[in-house]
Structure formats: structure tokens, C-alpha cells
Design a protein around this ligand. Structure first.
Ligand code: PLP
Length: 393
């Protein structure tokens, strides 16, 4: 029995999404930019419908959605685009230690090229930033604040509306990487004063290889310097032929998410809580990483003292979860997110992320719970460290 519990890394494509995409690979083969024949017009209409579906998910206007290849590209376009367009006004960026590498490395590249100064804010032990600290970090030179909506490792949800108010008062642009939040929790670009928002299709049951950047058009209008030059697609912000089937799938994924979000969040939360309660009731020496309440419904990030994540994952076999060091596992560095919330290096290597999603069942949760408890107990039996730890309790 294969069980997929890694829905933060990627989500399976919803079968309804696959069905909607299929005709656009074959009979509906037009290029959305070929507006002089019916194939092109049909593709263009499908793209514009998808744009409306994605805009609706964010309470945005359809003219504010730019299609990209994914959230990595959207983050790059938002940050580099603002810095290159407004560099004469100031070159200071404020971001956060727990951001995705697509944000942190983009900021670092700009800084190393001498094109930006970057302030990286710390977070508390639950992964939250302190808005007062953010306010204090904003200077006359600040042009952009970039704070992710919800964290991809520990699930912590930042106080986005509060940060948005702050940025509006101080007259700086506010970008949020919402790859994990979109489709899972409500986003309202007006109420939250967001200027730029990055999205990814494959994090919300759409296809891989497509994403979007919300770019505010009014109050204020955000100008961006494009990264890709060419035929001037997407209002000149992102040249290149649109992947019409992927765009269509992404659009439907957004519509489904908008419609089913609240009910789905309840269901996923109850599955996650079933798993969390079961683990914490059956095992000692566990720590929940991230915020106890302000977290994504499907996210459960746990450190199992004296159990190496690698061994645990090997023993879990066909149950797919992620190790705490997921992002940096090739280098064996503990994740920058766990370090930022103060998890020790040893415990970081004992940490597992469970990501519950749309297609998980109660049976799968129960099998996972049972297997995890048994494996952890077995691995600890062999652990001298665990023996010493429990002796003293
Ligand atoms: C997955 C993810 C990304 C990267 O998205 P891609 O579409 O795979 O490029 C960026 N930020 C966050 C928070 C993510 O979870």
C-alpha cells in the first residue's frame, strides 16, 4: 500500500484537472497568441478563463495575473522586477529567515551583484515574525518587503494582513510567496494590501510547470522590469508561448480550490489532528515544530528524539513523508527553517514533515500512525542515547 503524505513538496493533479487539460494537447492545439484563426482564439479564450479563475481565488482582477513557469519564477520576477524598476528610489529589501530558497537566493544574488541591500528578519520559536521588528527594519531606502504567506516546512502562517497594513503605511511594496497558502487558506489581495503574490500550479492539485504572479494594477500600480525578453506576451512581463494545457489545468485547480476550500480544510485538519493526537499519545520525546494553531491544516512537523529521520523514512517504506532537512538533504545540512526556529542540529536530523492532502483517507492516516509508532519504538530500542535519556526521567 503506497501512501502519499508529502503534499507540501507537490500535490497529485486532480483527475478533473487532467480531464480539462487533455483536449488542449491535441484537437485544441492553438497558440493563444495566434488570434487570427479559430484555433488561436479558442486557446486565448481558455487562457483568459483560467486567468479569471485564478484572479477569483485571490479576489484580484483578471488583468493582474501573469502566467509563469511556477512559484520560483514568480518570486524571481517579483523581487528582481521591482528592484530593477525602482532601483533609483531605493535598493533595500526586507525578508525573513524562513523564506523559500526561491526568495532567499534571489535576494542574495541581487546583494552579491551589488544591486540590493537585504535585511533578513529572524522568527520566533513558532516561526512567526514580529511586526514591530519589521516596522523597525523599514528605512527610506526600502522598496520591497517579501514575507511568505505560509511556510512550506513547518506550516506557520504569517500575519499577512498586519504586514500589509504596515507596508501600505510606509509606502513600500509587499510581496508574498503564497505557493503553500493558495487554495488551502483564504487570500484577499485587497483586504491584505498585497502588491505581488507568487503561486504554483502543482501545490494546489494542478499541473507542474505552471505558476502565476499577481501584480497589482491600481492603488498603487506596480511596475516590473521583465526578466525574459521576447514577443511581449503577458503584458510584456513574461514573454514566451503560454503552455495552454497547463494554464487551463491551473485555472480549474484554482476554481475547485476556491469552491471546496473550507470543507476540504476541515476534513484535512481532522485527519492531521488524528495523526498528531495518535503520535503524541503513543510516544514520548516528541516535539511539534511550527505554531500550534497558526499553521496550514495539512501540516504536521514533528521531531522524534533519538530517531534519525533517514532511518525512520527507510522503515516507513512505501509511506512518503519528508525529512526535516528536505530542502538541503543533498548537502546534509539541517534545514534553514528549523535552524531559524532554534531546533538543534541533532533534533533537526530527527524531524519529519507529514503533509496531508486532498486525496488522503482516514485508513491511510491510521496505517501511517500505526507504522510510525511501531518503527519509532523499534528504532529507539536499539538507541543507547534513548536508553540514557529515559533513565533520567
Ligand atoms: C514549492 C514552492 C516554491 C517553488 O514552486 P515551483 O512552482 O516548484 O517553482 C516556492 N515557494 C514555496 C513556498 C513553495 O512551497
Amino acid at each position: 500500500m503506497r501512501i502519499y503524505l508529502d503534499n507540501h513538496a507537490t500535490t497529485p493533479c486532480d483527475p478533473r484537472v487532467v480531464r480539462a487539460m487533455l483536449p488542449y494537447f491535441t484537437e485544441k492545439c492553438g497558440n493563444a497568441a495566434s488570434k487570427d484563426h479559430i484555433f488561436g482564439k479558442e486557446a486565448e479564450q481558455a487562457v483568459e478563463a483560467a486567468r479569471r479563475q485564478i484572479a477569483a481565488l485571490l479576489k484580484a482582477d483578471e488583468g493582474e495575473i501573469v502566467f509563469t513557469s511556477g512559484a520560483t519564477e514568480s518570486d524571481n520576477l517579483a523581487i528582481k522586477g521591482v528592484l530593477e524598476a525602482y532601483g533609483s528610489k531605493g535598493r533595500h529589501i526586507v525578508t525573513v529567515a524562513t523564506e523559500h530558497k526561491a526568495v532567499l537566493e534571489t535576494c542574495k544574488a541581487l546583494e552579491e551583484a551589488g544591486r540590493a541591500q537585504v535585511t533578513v528578519l529572524p522568527v520566533d520559536s513558532t516561526g512567526l515574525i514580529d511586526p514591530d521588528r519589521l516596522a523597525a527594519a523599514i528605512t527610506e531606502q526600502t522598496v520591497l518587503v517579501s514575507v511568505m504567506f505560509a511556510n512550506n516546512e513547518i506550516g506557520t502562517i504569517q500575519p499577512i494582513a498586519e504586514i500589509g497594513r504596515l507596508c501600505a503605511q510606509r509606502n513600500v511594496f509587499f510581496h508574498s510567496d503564497a505557493a503553500q497558502a493558495a487554495g488551502r487558506i483564504p487570500i484577499d489581495v485587497e483586504a491584505m494590501n498585497l502588491h505581488l503574490v507568487s503561486l504554483s500550479g502543482h501545490k494546489m492539485y494542478g499541473p507542474k510547470g505552471v505558476g502565476a504572479l499577481y501584480v497589482r494594477k491600481r492603488h498603487p500600480r506596480v511596475k516590473l522590469r521583465p526578466m525574459i525578453d521576447g514577443g511581449g506576451h503577458e503584458r510584456g512581463l513574461r514573454s514566451g508561448t503560454l503552455p495552454v494545457p497547463l494554464v487551463v489545468g491551473f485555472g480549474l485547480a484554482a476554481e475547485i480550490a476556491a469552491k471546496e476550500m473550507s470543507e476540504e480544510a476541515r476534513r484535512i485538519l481532522s485527519l492531521r489532528e488524528r495523526l498528531r493526537r495518535g503520535l503524541f499519545e503513543s510516544l514520548d520525546g516528541l516535539t511539534l515544530n511550527g505554531h500550534p494553531e497558526r499553521r496550514l491544516p495539512g501540516n504536521l512537523h514533528v521531531s522524534f528524539a533519538c530517531v534519525e529521520a533517514d532511518s525512520l523514512m527507510t522503515e516507513l517504506g512505501e509511506i512518503a513523508v519528508s525529512s526535516g532537512a528536505a530542502c538541503a538533504s543533498a548537502t546534509l545540512q539541517p534545514s534553514h527553517v528549523l535552524r531559524a526556529i532554534g531546533v538543534s542540529e541533532v533534533l533537526a536530523h530527527d524531524s519529519i514533515r507529514f503533509g496531508v492532502g486532498r486525496f488522503n483517507t482516514r485508513d491511510e492516516i491510521d496505517v501511517t500512525l500505526d507504522r510510525t509508532v511501531r518503527v519509532v519504538r523499534r528504532l529507539r530500542e536499539r538507541s543507547p542515547l534513548y536508553g540514557r535519556m529515559t533513565e533520567h526521567v
